[in-house]
Design a protein around this ligand. Structure first.
Ligand code: C2E
Ligand code: CA
Ligand code: CA
Length: 538
C-alpha cells in the first residue's frame, strides 16, 4: 500500500451488492410469478382442467406479464448496476485527484490536514507523538529559471521519490507548495533522535546531484521540524511551527535542519511587524540618506560622501540598514527604497561644491533589473545632478548571480558617465577575473579587513595584495572603517588612495552635512542658500 495514504478511511468495495428500486421490482415480479403459477396448479388440481379453464387463462396471462417484467427488470438492473460501478469508480478517481498532487503522487495540503489530524489523534491515544517535517528546496527558482519548468518538474518528482525512500512506513507525505514538502510520522517522544536521524539522512540524500537525462542538477534542502507533544496539536499549528523552523534553517545557511523553538516564532513576529512598518515607512519618507565622508588619504581633502540608509522611526528611533535592507531585499521593496533614497540624496547634493561626489550602494537584487540604468538616469535628469559626480557601489555577491546582466548594466551606467566601484572586496570571492572582466573605477576594501590589520598578519597581507592589484590595474583603492590615525597611516603606506571611517566623523543627515560643507566653504558658489549659510556659520 502507498504509505502516503496509509491513513485512508475505509470505503465500501466497488463490487458490493446494493438493493436498488429496479432490483426490488424484479424480486416482487419473481414472487408474483411463483404465486400465480401455484394458483394455476391448485385450480387445476381442485376443479379438474375443464372446470378450471375460465380461471386458468387470466392466470396464464398474468404469468406471462410477470415473466416479461422479470426479463425487462433484470436487464434494467444490470444496466443500473454497471452505471453505479462506473460512477463509483470515477468519483474515486476524482476523490484521489482532489487529495493527491498529480506530479509527485503525494497528498496535497487539504489531505495532509485531514489525515494528519487522524494520525495525531492516534498518536496521542497511544502516548506517542507526531513529528512534522517541512522540507523546502534551496534556490529552486534558479533551477527553474536556468533549466526550464520541465526539468524543474522532473526534479520535484525525483525529490519526492528520495523523500519517500527515507520516511518510515505509514508516514504521510504531502506537497504543500511549489518546492515545499511536508512529512508526518509517529515517533516515541522520549527518542527525538530517531526524528533527527531521518532529517539528517534527508538533508544528505537531497544534497546529492540528481541525474535527469543529459543534465545533472545539484540542489539542497532546508528542513524544519516541529513535534505534536511540545507545539500545539493541530496540524495547521504544526505546519506553521515547522515552517518557522525551516526558515531558521535557511537563515543559518541552508542545506540543514532545525527544530522549532518558541523564540523563533517571536523573532518571526518581530520581523513581520518590521516588514509592514517598512512598507509604510518608504512612502512616508522615513528612510533618509546619511552621508559618510570619503577622504583623500594623501592630502586629507574631502572628496565626497557615501550615502547610507537610515530609518528614522517615529517610535523606535533610528534603525540601522543591517536590520531593514535585508527585509527590503527579500520583499521586493528595495527598488522603491533605493529610488526614494537616491532622489533625496541627489537633491540634497545638488548645490554642494561641484567637485564633491556621491557614492550610492546598489543591492544585488537591483542588479536583476535590466532597467536599473534607465531608472538612475531618470533620477539624474529629474534632480539635475551631473552623472560624472555619481558613483554606484556594487558588491561582488551581486556579480555572481547573473554576470552577463551585471556586465550589461555596468556598461550602460559607464556609458552615461556614471562611475562604478566594487564594494566589500575581500568578503566574497575576490576574483581577479571580475576585476578584469568589468570596467570598475575603484575597489573598496571591506572594513573587517582594514580593522583586523593591526593584529592579524593575513588581513595585512590581503590589504597589501588588494592595494597592489589596484595599482597594477590602475584602480584606486578605498579603505573603509578607519577609526584612528595609526590605521590611516598604515592604509596610506599600503597604497590606499581614499579612506572612510569614524576618524573623519560619523555619518550625518543632510542638514548636518550641509552645515559642515558651509563651514568648509564647500557649497556651490551662487547657491541660493550658500551665502546666507556661510554668514550664519561664519
Ligand atoms: P557598507 O556599504 O560597507 O557601508 C559602510 C558601513 O560601515 C556603514 O554602516 C558605516 O556606517 C560603517 N562605518 C563607516 N565608518 C566606520 C568606522 O570607522 N567604524 C565602523 N565600525 N563602522 C564604520 P551602515 O550604515 O550600518 O551600513 C551597513 C551596510 O548596509 C552597508 O555596508 C551597506 O552594505 C548597507 N547599506 C547601507 N545603506 C544602503 C543602501 O542605501 N542601499 C543598500 N543596498 N545597502 C545599504
Ligand atoms: Ca558601500
Ligand atoms: Ca563595505
Amino acid at each position: 500500500m502507498d504509505e502516503s495514504t496509509a491513513y485512508e478511511p475505509a470505503r465500501p468495495a466497488g463490487g458490493e451488492t446494493r438493493a436498488t428500486p429496479v432490483g426490488l421490482a424484479t424480486m416482487a415480479a419473481v414472487a408474483l410469478c411463483v404465486v400465480v403459477m401455484a394458483a394455476v396448479i391448485i385450480a387445476v388440481i381442485r376443479n379438474g382442467s375443464a372446470a378450471a379453464e375460465p380461471l386458468v387463462w387470466p392466470l396464464i396471462i398474468a404469468l406471462l406479464l410477470n415473466l416479461a417484467v422479470i426479463l425487462v427488470g433484470r436487464k434494467r438492473h444490470v444496466e443500473l448496476a454497471q452505471r453505479l460501478h462506473h460512477h463509483l469508480d470515477s468519483s474515486e478517481g476524482a476523490r484521489r485527484l482532489s487529495l493527491n498532487d498529480p506530479l509527485t503522487g503525494f497528498l496535497n495540503r487539504r489531505a495532509l490536514v485531514e489525515e494528519g489530524a487522524a494520525m495525531i489523534q492516534d498518536a496521542t491515544q497511544r502516548r506517542l507523538a507526531v513529528a512534522m517535517l517541512m522540507i523546502d528546496l534551496d534556490r529552486f527558482k534558479t533551477i527553474n529559471d536556468l533549466h526550464g519548468h520541465a526539468v524543474g518538474d522532473a526534479l520535484l518528482a525525483r525529490v519526492a521519490t528520495e523523500i519517500r525512500n527515507e520516511l518510515p512506513p505509514l508516514s504521510l507525505a504531502a506537497r504543500v507548495g511549489g518546492d515545499e514538502f511536508a512529512c508526518v510520522f509517529i515517533f516515541n517522544p522520549s527518542e527525538p533522535k530517531t526524528v533527527q536521524r531521518i532529517a539528517e539522512r534527508l538533508v544528505s540524500r537531497l544534497a546529492r546531484p540528481v541525474d535527469l537525462g543529459d543534465t545533472s542538477i545539484r540542489v539542497s534542502a532546508s528542513i524544519g521540524i516541529a513535534r505534536s507533544d511540545q507545539e500545539r496539536t493541530s496540524v495547521e499549528a504544526l505546519i506553521r511551527a515547522a515552517d518557522i523552523a525551516m526558515y531558521a534553517a535557511k537563515e543559518a545557511g541552508r542545506n540543514r535542519f532545525s527544530w522549532f523553538d518558541p523564540d523563533m516564532a517571536r523573532a518571526l513576529h518581530a520581523r513581520n511587524e518590521l516588514e509592514s512598518a517598512l512598507r509604510a515607512a518608504i512612502p512616508a519618507g522615513q528612510i533618509v540618506p546619511y552621508f559618510d565622508q570619503q577622504i583623500d588619504l594623501s592630502s586629507g581633502q574631502l572628496l565626497g560622501f557615501e550615502v547610507l540608509a537610515r530609518w528614522e522611526h517615529p517610535i523606535h528611533g533610528q534603525i540601522k540598514p543591517d536590520r531593514f535592507i535585508p527585509i527590503a531585499e527579500q520583499t521586493g521593496m528595495i527598488a522603491d527604497l533605493s529610488q526614494s533614497l537616491m532622489s533625496q540624496a541627489l537633491q540634497a547634493a545638488r548645490d554642494w561644491d561641484p567637485a564633491l561626489t556621491i557614492s550610492i550602494n546598489v543591492s544585488p537584487v537591483q542588479l536583476r533589473d535590466a532597467w536599473l540604468p534607465q531608472k538612475i538616469i531618470k533620477l539624474l535628469l529629474e534632480t539635475g545632478f551631473p552623472a560624472h559626480r555619481l558613483e554606484i557601489e556594487i558588491t561582488e555577491r551581486a556579480l555572481l548571480e547573473n554576470l552577463p546582466l551585471a556586465q550589461s548594466i555596468i556598461g550602460s551606467l559607464k556609458n552615461q558617465g556614471i562611475r562604478v566601484a566594487l564594494d566589500d572586496f575581500g568578503t566574497g570571492y575576490s576574483s581577479l577575473g571580475h576585476l578584469r572582466a568589468l570596467p570598475f573605477d575603484r575597489i573598496k576594501i571591506d572594513r573587517s579587513f582594514v580593522q583586523a590589520i593591526a593584529d592579524d598578519q593575513d588581513s595585512a597581507a590581503l590589504v597589501g595584495a588588494v592595494a597592489s592589484v589596484g595599482a597594477s590595474l590602475n584602480l584606486p583603492v578605498t579603505a573603509e572603517g578607519i577609526e584612528d590615525l595609526a590605521l590611516e597611516a598604515r592604509m596610506r603606506a599600503l597604497g590606499c588612495a581614499r579612506g572612510q571611517g569614524y576618524l573623519y566623523g560619523r555619518p550625518m543627515d543632510a542638514a548636518n552635512t550641509r552645515r559642515l560643507l558651509a563651514e568648509r566653504r564647500l557649497l556651490a558658489a551662487g547657491s541660493a542658500a550658500s551665502e546666507a549659510e556661510r554668514r550664519l556659520v561664519g
